[in-house]
Design a protein around this ligand. Sequence first.
Ligand code: 5GP
Length: 666
Amino acid sequence: MFASMNGYVTETCNPTVGPVQEARPHMERAVDCPGDKEHDTGGGFNKPLSCGAQMERIQHYQEELRKKREEEGRAKHDIDPNASLRLKKLAQNPSYPTKVGIDNPTFDGKEKTKDAQQDPVAELEDLLQALQSVQRCLLDAQSQQDAELVLQLLNREDFQSAYAVHNAVSQQMSRGAGPGSPLTAQAQDLCQEVQSILQSSQQKDGLELKALLTKPHLQALIQAHDNVAVQEKETDAAESVNQYQGETVKLVRLEKTRDTPLGATVRNDVDSVVVSRVVKGGVAERSGLLSEGDEILEINGIPVRGKHVNDVHDLLQQMHGTLTFVLIPSSQTKAPPHRQTVMHVRAYFDYDPSDDPFVPCRELGLSFQKGDILHVISQDDPSWWQAYRDGDEDNQPLAGLIPGKSFQQQRETLKNTLTDRSREQQGKLWQVKKNKKHKKRTSYSFNRNMDDDILTYEEMALYHQPANRKRPIALIGPPNGGQDDLRRRLLSIEPEKFAGAVPHTTRNPRIHERNSRDYHFVSRSAFETDLAAGKFIESGDYEKNLYGTSTDSVRHVVNSGRICLLCLHTESLRVLRSSNLKPYVIFIAPPSQERLRTLLAQEGKTPKPEELKDVIEKAREMEQNFGHLFDGAIVNMDPDTAFHDLRRLIEKLDTEPQWVPTSWLC
Ligand code: 5GP
């Protein structure tokens, strides 16, 4: 029946050339739902359990025990003349109620069960009435007294509670062959959970329950319950496995908990349900018992073949505790993992899985923003890596899916090509309109460098700056954002710690100026040669003279053991980062327009509203276009707080390692 299931197709929903495939939302479904604590019940779940022989032995032993008790019971009646006499009298009395099991002279455990099954809800009232009528028929004082004692017993509150329990159990037993499958094999854990919930309870019932749960015999009983439950579940599972005789099936039991999800996805392969992906950090991955390509036949005895993955997802959402999977193991030999070591990357794009029609399993998609550090822990599927966001790994048990680098590059390329085509179309239309209007040909061109690399991720590593080679600090911000003042303040307060790079200029030195202290005074041709050689981080002209800051000037400060402070334009970041100076870039963001107006007024400046707007708009643009290159950011709400924050950020470079591109460390 399952022979045809052995030929598996490889997962086709994640081809490396993703963009060309059509969008197939929810191709995989996560089968994880948070539960209690992770609890891997250990080895042996992948072995088919053979308990038949053991069960037979137990049944045989129980039968022997029953016979023995029956004989003992008879012997007891035989040697109790009083009991025998009274019972004989009762039996002779026509009003003797025969339906109640406990009055049956041949009573034993088994028959009592049988009687209880015939009338499982024998009411206590009936019993009392029956006994009272029996009492009325009794003539001798001894029998009267005995009946009175029984009546007193029946009227006792604890007896009545026990009787109610008895009836409930009898009813349950009468419904089926036994008390039914145990709901959990973790009753001990549940008890502990209840105890911890009741810890602070002062209510009467709470206190009583707490006292009850801590009693040693109740704890022993619950422990026994769990042991039996484990055995029962194994028996059920073994029975299940027998149904698939002839097939190599594997039995896997996993504990679905609140804190640690299973971490697997399933896909439909014709009418079968196949494990598509095992996600790092989930119970499935940690146990090593579920593999990609395994076909799921049953979950807790429920057949899943023919079910849609969405239904499997819904089914698993309702299941808690121990999950028993019957699987046909994947026939494919496992490919060696693509890369097992963790790779740390900085994202250069925003990603929202809810907006991505290609993500194979939306529930497992990991959203991130440009500049976020991601820890990529699996690249087994080159199209969909598994990763954690930096800082999330402790409170996020499961890794999330993010687009792989080449996959993302390919679809970005495709997107750009489509955008270009549509622009070209628009251009043509525009051209036609223009031509019609002006009756002359106009060319249309895009100002975009097609050779530009599509930035997706950059590999990063932690770097702790050495005490004698401090990283230069580059302050970035819109004009009037306050970064120049912050730099000046740091330079003047701690000149032994901070220094500026000596700039180059083509102008002549002034009377008090010294070469290499105030400026490197150079000829225009020397400046232009250095500029062409890419030696300047930034340069510009002012009043017919050239000015610029060279990487060598910055290096000179670094070599002196001081921190080089720079205020740069965003355009300079590319050159600075491609030097081996390992700069630390801090964005000084302006506050609100109103606050900015107040701050500038304190400096005696009176900017127009549109100028203030411009500062804020420039900052927004900077963040949008270069935000991924910022290592830190400070909102300049007030000069003192910003100064304090800036110093703290700079001090952190001495105390904590920072993420830098791995290319900087080669
Ligand atoms: P001065 O010739 O009066 O020393 O400076 C003229 C202007 O050039 C000043 O506003 C000064 O801040 C600016 N300047 C001096 N060196 C550099 C430099 O290396 N880069 C940039 N962008 N401006 C500079």
